[in-house]
Design a protein around this ligand. Structure first.
Ligand code: PXP
Length: 240
């Protein structure tokens, strides 16, 4: 079954709009875990606009499931935090500091020489490394070559095509990219704009190991409650 890692950035975003500590990212993580989530994801950014460095350390102390920390390794203090905390997985994302949200995968040829030592350092710390990638089958051998264990397919174009009702050719592209990654020995994760409507079709691609879902899940939780929402996602994953 594909694992669900719940991204709790949006809980921190709401918390940061006041100075009274609610909603609590720790409580949200506990609720998601109690509901069956297999992992918790955070994406600390240099401006700490949602998840702060302190949240990452606090979460690391209490988590009983896999911790996935996403971010750009070339923006301090990301690597210091990750190497201190030693999460199960680190997902490297090439996002500029000022973007609203991650908006593309790695250009590996351009970043190869910078990525190689970073990935080696993470792996020497016992951390599984995933690279955020566009769904281009030709890029998958390059991700393997720089030492990644997994790729996370950037699913925003899939989600957009799904919403617009013309998903088929885009979906095929993702299926081919996943197959290309698996054929060179990479595990395949996925994330971005996945939701209760579009997840089942995406997970009909064989052997997707993990999806990390935040924005839609937290929005849906406003209506359904966090626990019920996590369970609704888990049901889709177990039925896929
Ligand atoms: N994967 C990465 C690399 C991301 O940056 C994000 C957003 O923080 C997600 C997955 C989750 O996307 P969403 O919040 O749209 O579910």
């Amino acid at each position: 079954m594909t694992k669900l890692s719940v991204n709790i950035n949006r809980i921190a975003l709401l918390r940061n709009s006041r100075n009274i500590g609610i909603p609590s990212v720790i409580e949200a993580a506990k609720t998601a875990i109690a509901a069956g989530a297999h992992g918790i994801t955070v994406h600390p950014r240099p401006d700490e606009r949602h998840i702060k460095a302190a949240d990452v350390y606090d979460l690391a102390k209490m988590l009983t499931v896999e911790f996935n920390i996403e971010g750009n390794p070339f923006q301090p203090p990301f690597m210091d935090i990750v190497c201190d905390v030693k999460p199960a997985q680190c997902t490297l994302v090439p996002d500029a500091p000022d973007v609203l949200t991650s908006d593309s995968g790695w250009n590996i040829p351009e970043n190869r020489d910078r990525l190689l030592p970073i990935i080696e350092k993470l792996k020497n710390n016992g951390i599984r490394v995933s690279l955020f990638m566009d769904a281009d089958p030709a890029l998958m051998p390059l991700a393997k070559e720089v030492g990644a264990d997994r790729v996370e397919l950037y699913t925003e174009p899939y989600a957009t095509a799904f919403r617009e009702g013309n998903v088929e050719s885009v979906f095929q592209q993702y299926a081919l990219a996943a197959k290309a990654a698996q054929s060179v020995g990479l595990g395949v994760n996925a994330g971005h704009d996945l939701n209760l409507q579009n997840l089942a079709k995406f997970c009909s691609i064989p052997d997707i190991l993990e999806v990390s879902i935040g924005h839609a899940l937290i929005a849906e939780a406003l209506e359904m409650g966090l626990s019920n929402t996590v369970q609704a996602y888990l049901k889709i994953l177990s039925d896929s």
